[in-house]
Structures are given as C-alpha cells and as structure tokens.
Write a protein that binds this ligand. Structure first.
Ligand code: ZN
Length: 310
C-alpha cells in the first residue's frame, strides 16, 4: 500500500504535507481522492490535469506569503458545497509563512470545517502555528539527497555550473518552476549583470533589492553586502532609511538573503551577523520600529565584515 492509499484509507479533513516535493504529492493525493484509480481519462482526472476542476482549489502566494484576504476569500467560498466531486479540496502553499492574522483565520475554518471539505496544507517545516498543527494529520515526505536533485536538474538540461549556481541560491533545496525556467537565461547574463551592479549608484542598487526575479535580487544583495563594509556611518544610516521605506516583504526578503549569505560563510564573526539577522527577522514580524531595527542591524553587519579576517 502506498503512502497515498494509506492516507486515503484513514481520511482526515486536514493534512499537513511537509517536504520539498509536497506540491507534487498534493496533486497526486487530490487526484487519488477524486479518482482512486488515478485513471487519467475520467472527467475528474482530466479537469484536475487542466486545472479546471471546480472542486479543487490551489491557493498559492500572491506576494511573499498567502495574504489574509486570500484566506478570507477561501473561507467564504468554502461554504458552498462541491458541485462535481463528493469532496471539495483546498491546497494551501507555504503555511509556515502565514502571518499570525492569516493563520488564525485559517484556524477558524479548520476548527469546524463542513464535512465535504478537505485541506491539504503544504510546508517546508512543521514550524507552524501549533493550533493548526494539532488539527492536521502530518505527512512528512523524505528529503531527496543532493545527488538526486542534481541528477533531476541535469535531466532537465542544466549544465553542472548552472546546477551549482542554482543550488547555491536555493541552499540545496529543489528549485521551483520559475527558478528552473529562468536560471539558464540568467546564468548566461550573469557576468554582464555583475558589471552593471558594480556600476550602480548606491540609491540605484538599493532599489534593485526589490527585484522580482530571485536571481537578480540575490545578486543585488550580495553586491550590497560587499559595499557595506566600506560604508561610512552616514551611508549606513541612509541605507537604513531607504530600506525602511520598502514594504515588509522587501525588507524580509533582504534579511533572508543576507542570512543565507552569512550562513554559507560561517566564521566566528559571522555568527554575530547571523544572530542579528535572525533577531531582526523575528522583530520585524512583530511590528518593531523598522528604521531603528535596520540601523542597528546594518551597523552590526558592517562591524562583522570589518572584523572578519581577510
Ligand atoms: Zn480518473
């Protein structure tokens, strides 16, 4: 009996699927729930494959995380019973990133869901609101070893250099489809982009920290961290002021990128930087004074770079 068959055998109304391959698993599982034979040609299977099944909804992040509005919308629509299948399935991505407000809103419907509803929540870790966790049947998927990820990327036509670059940005995790589609193009333009980045004024560079493209944002952050070392106190303060004008997602994404950068270069001095970044992230999510927080963080980072051995 496969994991999916076993789960379907002991039905629950909420599942939490944890692991890098959670989205693929959720698709398979939903198909199995609608068509246990997974026949691929009945109306359920065809509509699922085309993304047109009226009783199947996939909620993905519209920005950096699922918004409270998306959860409210879901709450409303979930009140209508299924039209074609016996159940109505909602897949919700990245529940570990939900804001407290959105998580509480989701919790309301998980507490007393109509009988036809099934939730499949996806997460990279079980580090989610405990009250949500306690209402879910947890499915932990095995993490594929790095060699396996590398092989599947090679099969998709990526060169060893592209694979190494991609995995250095995703920190060894399987990249999502957008990253896979853009990496080749981006990797080819990388030397040119590097040159452009070094020629940008500080203000222009700070603006490019808000890039939508994962790779462009990553490169801009790295260039900024390089420059930070040589910044005067006045420049650090202007940078903090400029960054604090961005929205929360931009600031968080900058801190997250910087965090990865320092973790990859973990020295005694960098542990201070990592600690400062983790603390800043935590405070940021709890409505701290953003500008003060960034000032203190950036000064710590600059100091860390000064202290680091050449
Ligand atoms: Zn079928």
């Amino acid at each position: 009996m496969s994991v999916i068959e076993r789960l379907a055998h002991k039905p629950s109304q909420a599942y939490l699927v944890v692991g890098a391959t959670a989205p693929e698993f959720a698709k398979k599982f939903a198909q199995h729930l609608f068509c246990p034979k997974e026949c691929e040609h009945c109306p359920h299977c065809t509509k699922l494959a085309h993304g047109t099944h009226p009783d199947f909804t996939w909620v993905s992040k519209s920005g950096k995380r699922i918004s409270i509005d998306q959860v409210r919308d879901l709450q409303q629509k979930a009140l209508y019973p299924p039209v074609e299948a016996p159940k109505k399935i909602y897949v919700i991505e990245s529940v570990e990133d939900l804001s407290l407000e959105a998580a509480n809103s989701l919790l309301k419907i998980l507490e007393a869901p109509p009988r036809y509803l099934i939730f499949i929540l996806l997460a990279k870790s079980t580090n989610i609101l405990p009250t949500i966790l306690s209402r879910c049947q947890v499915v932990k998927l095995p993490t594929p070893p790095r060699a396996q990820i590398e092989q599947s990327l090679a099969e998709r036509g990526l060169s060893p250099q592209e694979i190494e670059y991609l995995l250095s940005i995703t920190h060894g995790a399987m990249p999502d489809e957008t990253a896979l589609h853009t990496v080749k193009d981006f990797f080819a333009k990388r030397p040119q982009l590097h040159k452009q980045l070094t020629e940008l004024s500080d203000n222009e560079l700070w603006e490019s920290l808000t890039e939508k493209n994962l790779f462009a944002r990553h490169e801009a952050t790295v260039e900024l961290l390089r420059r930070l070392e040589h910044y005067s106190s006045a420049q650090v303060l202007s940078l903090a002021a400029a960054l604090s004008k961005g929205d929360q997602d931009t600031i968080e994404s900058f801190i997250q990128e910087a965090l990865y950068w320092y973790r990859d270069r973990l020295t005694v001095h960098n542990t201070h930087a990592v600690y400062a970044l983790e603390t800043a992230l935590w405070k940021l999510q709890r409505n701290a004074n953003v500008q003060l927080l960034l000032e203190s963080l950036l000064f710590t980072l600059r100091q860390g770079l000064h202290a680091a051995p050449a």
